[in-house]
Design a protein around this ligand. Structure first.
Ligand code: DMJ
Length: 457
């Protein structure tokens, strides 16, 4: 009898405590997310206020010397343009209004400046289109059109693939050795502009550039690192997920998802098969992606890095959640092994190849995507780690800085505008529970500017 009673009591205790535990746990998670979203916002303000204090109206803050930096000698207001939609999503109304005011009053592209088409497209054109989509003021769109028209001469090459540089005033182009990232990461921005203005030329030119690469993929379906855009000849045949190629892969998938462009889907389908066949490296310690020769498929280096860490997000967006989860586990490990991630890493030798950390967002971006798709709280915990590491190692008296070395944690005097546009936005959105933005309603450009699908039909 005693045993029976004890059994009943135990069962009741389990049922009772289980019944109480689950809402409590949910409650705790919700409170944590809100709290962390607020913490990220606070850090955004720490960085933004420093920019305002020492670099207002210039491209970027140099946080250690407390001076300003302009990419091309004269300011193109890179930080305000890149940061605007983050402030909008964070509900920082006063800051967003100040940024809007200076952009609309001061931003002028009629300047004799030789600019890099890719960076200006993803940050400035990409940012202005997003400003228009979220704020609604047509003056943002007018600025985007003016800028795009000044960039358009880059496409006047024999192959249609863009030159690297263009002068904003004269339209003079230069730089015939380009790379897949700079050739094939233009269609989301130029395509969106076509949809918003009805002027089809932007879409056509940027798509021709992207297809110029897809059509020149090697027999095994890969691309190299550099290409002569006048002859179409590959110069460097190293294929990888890192800088100079990365966002070309991303835009094949995203252009299909955003515009329903079947040619992009076809190219993406072929490319992802080749990437998983040749670059993927299933090691005893999980999945990595390596460097290979794009012609032969031969593995060249077991090298991965901070930029490559965008790929779990792309895998997840493309529907391959299993590989996405496996790779993200290693991306996170690459971060925690050093307290913060290195720029380049040899995953076989477990050796840092390039020591810097440049406030990059990709690892965080992937955790955000994976949390969206899985709702697994481990990705929130990753977010907590990212935030704590940023505060511990990169926060300065005024703003946030790059690290010269993740080994020594020595700081360096830079704070790129993508820290506002991407790093802090993805971190905020990870904790924000879709309150400011519904993941499925947007496609992010590679600078984390979210484009509303409904406006681009
Ligand atoms: C950003 O400018 C973009 O995300 C680009 O695609 C890669 N590099 C930086 C961030 O690391």
């Amino acid at each position: 009898m005693k045993n029976i009673l004890t059994g009943i009591l135990l069962t009741l205790t389990i049922i009772f405590s289980a019944g109480c535990a689950s809402p409590k746990q949910d409650e705790v998670k919700t409170i944590d997310k809100k709290e962390y979203a607020e913490k990220v916002k606070k850090e955004f303000l720490h960085a933004w206020n420093a920019y305002k204090k020492y670099a207002w109206g210039q491209d970027a803050l140099k946080p250690l010397s407390k001076t300003a930096h302009n990419w091309y000698g004269e300011s193109l207001l890179m930080s305000p343009v890149d940061a605007f939609d983050t402030m909008f999503l964070m509900g920082l109304k006063d800051e967003a209004a100040e940024a809007k005011k200076i952009i609309l009053e001061k931003l002028d592209f009629d300047k004799d400046l030789k600019v890099q088409n890719f960076e200006i497209t993803i940050r400035m054109l990409g940012g202005l289109i997003s400003c228009y989509m979220w704020d609604g003021d047509k003056q943002f769109l007018d600025l985007a059109v003016d800028l795009a028209d000044r960039l358009m001469p880059v496409f006047n090459s024999p192959t249609g693939m863009p030159y690297v540089f263009v002068n904003l005033k004269t339209g003079e182009t230069s730089g015939n050795i380009n790379n897949p990232a700079e050739v094939g990461t233009l269609l989301i921005e130029f395509g969106a502009l076509s949809k918003l203005t009805g002027k089809t030329e932007y879409y056509e030119k940027a798509k021709k550039a992207m297809m110029g690469l897809a059509d020149r993929a090697t027999d095994i379906g890969l691309v190299g690192t550099t290409i002569n855009i006048e002859t179409g000849e590959w110069i460097n045949t190293d294929c990888h997920l890192s800088g100079m190629i990365d966002s070309y892969f991303e835009y094949l998938l995203k252009a299909w998802l955003l515009f329903g462009d079947e040619d992009c889907k076809l190219a993406w389908d072929k490319t992802i098969i080749a990437i998983n066949k040749y670059l993927a490296d299933e090691t005893a310690e999980g999945l990595w992606y390596s460097h290979v020769n794009s012609v032969t498929g031969e593995r060249l280096r077991t090298q991965f890095g901070a930029l490559d860490a965008f790929f779990p997000a792309v895998l997840a967006l493309g529907g391959d959640l299993e590989r996405a989860k496996q790779l993200q586990d290693n991306c996170f490990k690459m971060w925690t092994d050093y307290g913060i991630e290195p720029e380049q890493y040899d995953y076989k030798a477990k050796k840092v190849l390039s020591e810097g950390y440049y406030l990059r967002p990709e690892n965080i971006e992937s955790a955000y995507y994976l949390y969206h798709y899985t709702k697994d709280s481990k990705y929130l915990e990753m977010g907590e780690t990212y935030l704590n590491s940023l505060i511990k190692y990169c926060k300065c008296e005024e703003g946030y800085s790059h690290l010269e070395s993740v080994l020594t944690k020595e700081k360096s005097d830079n704070m790129e505008s993508f820290f506002f546009a991407e790093t802090l936005k993805y971190l905020y959105l990870l904790f924000d529970d879709e309150a400011s933005l519904k993941f499925d309603d947007v496609i992010f450009n590679t600078e984390a500017h979210p484009y509303k699908k409904e406006m681009l039909k």
